[in-house]
Design a protein around this ligand. Structure first.
Ligand SMILES: Nc1ncnc2c1ncn2[C@@H]1O[C@H](COP(=O)(O)OP(=O)(O)OP(=O)(O)O)[C@@H](O)[C@H]1O
Length: 236
């Protein structure tokens, strides 16, 4: 599938299937990562080709499509007057978490993102990193089979980044997680597979082990491979 903004091609032709597990989406600035995640989330409609998620079409099956995924957009915002718990509860309602399960779902999502203590804080009074965590909590709240996370670790402090990596690894055991990142540390810590986008095309699609020739590659192993693949040095 492909996508253009006012005639300018941002995604050329991407044809990929996403298995269960964590796939990291890598690529230089402007490669089309956010556009791809936007199209997969159903927020952007591809001008060419189609998207399907477990047999669901984002337009034809709008409601069920939305319920089967969680999406953290690159520029996540939330109404400042709501408390963290209120906002995540509204997200749970929107994604049709049954009323009887909503409280527990919100508790779990806030716990997973380290927001348990901030449940009553107003979103408008939180720091940038905290708002990012709220964005991750709303993506997780219905424990969807597919999670799309656009740069989830940006703005998080090191402790939270590590905690979130643990949560993502856990979620990836049974779900499909696609996350974009510029940090090879994120990739080494959580990913099973890597998709590299370059100028709107998939230039590489591989397991981490095949890509690096190592069973348990480190971030610097990945930096080396990345440099070789794109000839651009480290991810921007
Ligand atoms: N709303 C928009 N209107 C016009 N052009 C856009 C828009 N959003 C993105 N683009 C263009 O589409 C291309 C792909 O952008 P995209 O944000 O998908 O890349 P990215 O890989 O996520 O980049 P980054 O790593 O910087 O976040 C870029 O050339 C960008 O300038």
């Amino acid at each position: 599938m492909g996508h253009s903004y006012r005639g300018r091609r941002a995604l050329e032709s991407v044809d990929t299937a996403l298995p269960v597990g964590v796939t990291a989406l890598l690529g230089p600035n402007g490669a089309g990562k956010s556009t791809l995640l936007g199209v997969l989330s159903g927020m952007l409609t591809p001008q060419r080709g189609r998207v399907e998620l477990n047999g669901l079409d984002p337009v034809r099956d709008r409601r069920r499509y939305r319920e089967s995924l969680g999406f953290l957009p690159q520029r996540f915002t939330a109404p400042g007057h709501l408390s963290v718990a209120e906002f995540v509860t509204v997200s749970a309602w929107w994604r049709r978490v049954p009323r009887a399960e909503r409280k527990e779902a919100v508790r779990w999502a806030l716990e997973a993102t380290g927001l348990g203590e901030r449940a009553r804080s107003r979103v408008g009074q939180l720091s940038g990193g905290m708002v990012r965590r709220v964005g991750i909590a709303q993506a997780l709240v219905n424990a969807p089979p597919v999670l799309l996370l656009d740069e989830p670790t940006v703005g998080l402090d090191p402790r939270q980044r590590n905690a979130l990596r643990g949560v993502i690894t856990e979620l990836g055991r049974e779900r499909t997680v696609l996350l974009s990142t510029h940090l090879t540390e994120d990739v080494a810590a959580v990913a099973d597979r890597v998709v590299v986008l370059d100028e709107g095309r998939v230039s590489t699609e591989s397991t981490l082990a095949d890509l690096t020739g190592k069973a348990d590659p480190t971030a610097s192993d990945l930096d080396e491979v990345y440099e070789r693949l794109l000839g651009v040095g480290q991810p921007a």
